[in-house]
Design a protein around this ligand. Structure first.
Ligand code: CA2
Length: 152
């Protein structure tokens, strides 16, 4: 049987606080709940997933660098680094892997400074505004993308 494609799910700063505050913006699920739901959906989709979270820009850059050659795709919610980090963008461009950017909230409905994403330049697509379900939508899109790339 062919090896399951590996997808790295990365979460950026403060997303470890999910479920503790601002449920009206980010929902009530904790990051552990989201990771567990992703693992269950990934198994149904025939994907292997690894879920990681960091509050540090450098640590996220290091994990993205390591993903090249070790993973087949990346799903990332870069948190506030979305709007500030050229370093994360450069790492994602260099990784040269299919990337799906996820945000729990609809960043376009919020403050102006959240409307721009540096990361989107490296993304195949962006899912925002669907809460925790967005990660599962991203996994479905990633599974389809990886199947298409195997067929090409
Ligand atoms: O909507 C998203 O997923 C964001 O990436 C979340 C980031 C925010 O800076 C982006 O603009 C949009 C913030 C995550 C902080 O999450 C918390 C959750 C509970 C308590 C405190 C922070």
């Amino acid at each position: 049987m062919a090896k399951a494609p590996k997808v790295l799910i990365l979460n950026g700063p403060n997303l470890n606080m999910l479920g503790t505050r601002q449920p009206e913006v980010y929902g009530t699920a904790t990051l552990d709940d989201i990771d567990a739901a992703c693992r269950a959906r990934a198994e149904e989709l025939g994907l292997e997933v690894e879920c990681r979270q960091s509050n540090g820009e450098g640590e996220l850059v290091g994990w993205i660098q390591q993903a090249r050659g070790a993973a087949d795709g990346i799903i990332m919610n870069p948190g506030a680094y979305t709007h500030t980090s050229v370093a994360i963008l450069d790492a994602l461009l260099a990784a040269d892997l299919p990337l799906i950017e996820v945000h729990l909230s609809n960043i376009h409905k919020r403050e102006d400074f959240r409307h721009h994403s540096f990361v989107s330049k490296a993304a195949q697509g962006v899912i925002c505004g669907f809460g925790a379900r967005g990660y599962l939508m991203a996994l479905e899109a990633m599974a389809a993308t990886l199947v298409e790339s195997q067929e090409a």
